[in-house]
Structure formats: C-alpha cells, structure tokens
Write a protein that binds this ligand. Structure first.
Ligand code: AMP
Ligand code: MG
Length: 419
C-alpha cells in the first residue's frame, strides 16, 4: 500500500507519495503530468551569473535584457545590385540614363544623384539621400556608359530603410534567452563579445550496478558495459553546455550512500541511473529515505515507471531506471526542463508538437512514450521498444506520447517531442 507522508526535511517539507518498498510493487503512481508539476514546483533559477565570451556561452541563458544600442539597418542602403535613380520620371520603363559614379558596400553615399543619371549601386551600399528607388540590374540593359530601364521601378524600391528591422532601445534578447547562433549574431551586432550569463547547474551522473564495467573494458560473463554514464553525460552536456561529474558505484549501500553524500556536496543535481526500482539490489529509495527526502517514487508511464525524484541536502536527485531506454526517456521528459530552469532559461519546458501516427496504438493502461521516426509525413515505431533497447536510441527522431486509457488510430495526431 502506498502511504502519504510528510517529508522530514523541514525546509523542503512536502506531502509526498512514497511507495511501500516491502511490497516490491508500485501502487498509486503519479501521472506524468503530476510528476512534471511536482518537479517544476521544486526547481528555480540558481541565479549564478558570470561574464563570459559569447563564443564560450552557446547554450547558456543571458542574465540581463539586451537593448539595441543602434538602429538596424544603421543607414538606408541598397538591397540589390542595380542602379539608384532620383525621381519618378527617371524610374519608368524605357528611360535611358547616363551612369554617373558607383557606390559599393563600405563606401560612403557620395554626392546626390543628378536628374537624368543613374548611380551604380551594390548590395549594402549606403543610398544617396535623394534616392527615389533602385532598379535591379536584371531590369536594365547597359550600353556604353548608359542604361535603359526594361521595367519601371517604384518609390523606395529595394531600399533597406534605417531602423526597419529594429530601433535603438528595442529589446533584442529578453533575460533568459538562450545563446545560439542567431542570438550570438544579435549580440555581435550590439557589440557584445562578452555576455552576462546564468551559469548552468553542476550535475553529477552516478551509475550503479555490480554488473557494470567501463565502456573501455571487455565485459566478461554476466558483466555489461556501462552505457548510461556515457549517454547521460552527453544528454547533460547537450542540455547545460557543461559536462557532468561521473561516478560508477557497485550495489553496496555503504559505498552508494558515500558517493551520494559526496556528490550532494558538490553538485546541484544528481542523476542516479540504476537501482531506482523496488528489487533487492535497488538501493536508491532506501538511501534517499535515510539521507534525504523522497518527493515521489513511481510514475504511471512506460518506460520509466520506477522514476524517483527527491532532495539530498540542496541537491535535486533524479532516480532514473537503469535500462538505457528508460533512463534516456526519463532524462528527456523530466530532467532536461529542470536543468534548463536551474540555468535560467526563459522557456525551459520541452515542446510537444502534433504529428500523425502511422500505426494503431492500443492503450496500455500507463502513458506510453514510444521511440518513433518521422517518414513520409507519418510517425513509425522504431524497432525494439523494450526498455533494454539501445538500437532505437540511435535511430529515433522523436518520442511520441500516448494516453494511458485511449487507443490511438492510424493517422491520428499525437504529441511528439523531437529529439
Ligand atoms: P536497474 O534499474 O538497476 O534494476 O537496472 C535495470 C537494467 O538496466 C538491468 O538489466 C541493468 O543491468 C541495466 N543497467 C543498469 N545500469 C546500466 C548502465 N549504466 N548501463 C547499461 N545498462 C545498465
Ligand atoms: Mg541494478
């Protein structure tokens, strides 16, 4: 029987659902949405700031609004290679104009354009102040030192106006914007080579299991390579732009607790992979009850039912099932958003979009997260979906989410998280 109990750590006391370990089964599981809401209620921006070169800040959130110091474009300039003309009468089809002067990007606009003449102008060049419009060179015929217009051009044609993109003082990047290539471009425009950013959370990945050997080793007999440490490190690095600490520990309670206590002292987040279920060698729940608090244990979902969330000192602890596909999925749908929140992201939540299923999905009584590929406009299930499955982690484009109690028909739209 599940019991509701008040968590013991006074500062973080909360009503939590704790599974009865002795029964060896989960009951009264949280739904996925309830689990996400619970995590969200315990996660806030860490608010650690630093000035960092933009080139070393990809994937980090900026800690202050960025306002534009200037207009963009900075000055009126040409959008095309062509000829600038100075009046409507010089802009009509058939008109012949003498070419006088030329302006290229990086050169100043020069003199006014005289009536009856055209100024050669290249893309990005400042336009003379009396420019009526620009005739694209494709719409001209050049003979000697003159052009003939093959088409009329209209007032303002092909002029990129000063401030038409944004103006001095406009907010270009609100606080919490994550620096990617586009944001880096905006920062560069504003002259910011160093950005004030939120530092990402410090994360520890702890894998546990007597059967695990390092991926560099040859596993013998019943041993297997520890794939989770590598996979989760990569997921953490992708989510936070910082590599986690990695520890591997056997299924011995004393050593396991020692490692957890050490990591809680140095990290903001501990991801424990393995030992999260309710088997004899599953140490996490017992260790967490002894040393910290269990906020919830068990979610009505597949894979990932043994997922655990708790706190150890100031560290958030995410207990991921040891099966690689389960650990992978739990990271994507629970941990990623939490790491982003801690790192000050403005929109930390993962995005579910809707795509049509290319198969029938019968309800399985738990929410089902299926590794899928998107081909020819429809989702298809990848091969092995068992939680031990590895191959699909390398081929899946997305996770599709199916409700616990309603079946999904072929062609029906379903929520999908692009990986
Ligand atoms: P557990 O959650 O500890 O009961 O483990 C569930 C399954 O995942 C078992 O088959 C384990 O051998 C396997 N497993 C646990 N940890 C890892 C790991 N780090 N890498 C690969 N497989 C693992
Ligand atoms: Mg284990």
């Amino acid at each position: 029987m599940a019991q509701y109990q008040l968590a013991s750590q006074a500062a973080h006391a909360s009503l939590c659902l704790v599974d009865d370990h002795t029964s060896g089964v989960f009951s009264d599981l949280l739904s996925y949405d309830e689990a996400v809401a619970s995590i969200r209620s315990h996660v806030n921006c860490l608010n650690r700031r630093a000035n960092r070169p933009v080139s070393e800040s990809l994937g980090l959130a900026i800690a202050a609004d960025l306002f534009s110091p200037t207009d963009n474009p900075l000055f009126d300039n040409s959008a095309v290679d062509g000829y600038a003309v100075s009046s409507d009468s010089d802009a009509v089809e058939g008109r012949v104009l003498v070419i006088e002067g030329s302006n290229a990007a990086g050169e100043s606009a020069g003199n006014l354009i005289a009536p009856g003449t055209a100024r050669r102008i290249l893309t990005g060049a400042p336009t003379p102040t009396n420019t009526y419009g620009i005739v694209m060179q494709e719409n001209t015929e050049v003979t000697g030192g003159a052009i003939r217009l093959l088409a009329s051009t209209s007032v303002g044609a092909h002029i990129r106006r000063r401030g038409s993109d944004f103006r001095t003082g406009d907010c270009l990047l609100p606080v919490g914007s994550v620096i990617g290539p586009g944001q880096a471009a905006v920062l560069a425009f504003a002259g910011c080579t160093v950005a004030n950013v939120f530092l990402p959370p410090k994360v520890s990945v702890v894998t546990t299991g007597d059967e695990l050997v390092d991926p560099s080793e040859e596993p013998s007999g019943p041993m297997i390579r520890d794939t989770n440490s590598v996979m989760l490190s990569a997921q953490v690095k992708a989510a936070t732009a910082r590599s986690p600490r990695v520890r591997r520990v056997s299924d011995r309670m004393d050593m396991f607790c020692q490692v957890l206590a050490k990591e809680a002292g140095v990290s903001d987040v501990i991801l424990v992979a393995g030992g999260a279920s309710v088997g004899d060698r599953d140490l996490l729940e017992t260790a967490m009850k002894q040393m910290g608090i269990v906020i919830f244990h068990g979610v009505s979902m597949r894979p990932g039912k043994p997922f655990l969330f708790g706190k150890l000192g100031n560290a958030l602890v995410f207990g991921l099932p040891g099966n690689p596909a389960s650990a992978f999925v739990c990271f994507e749908i629970f941990v990623r958003a939490a790491l982003r929140s801690l790192g000050g992201w403005r929109s930390p939540e993962i995005n579910w979009i809707h795509l049509p299923a290319g198969f029938v999905h019968p309800a399985v009584g738990r929410e089902d997260f299926v590794r899928v590929v998107y081909n020819s406009g429809k989702l298809q299930v990848t091969r092995e979906q068992g939680s031990f499955g590895l191959a699909s982690l390398a081929t899946a484009h997305a996770l599709a989410r199916f409700p616990a109690e309603q079946s999904t028909v072929n062609g029906q739209l379903c929520p999908v998280l692009i990986l």
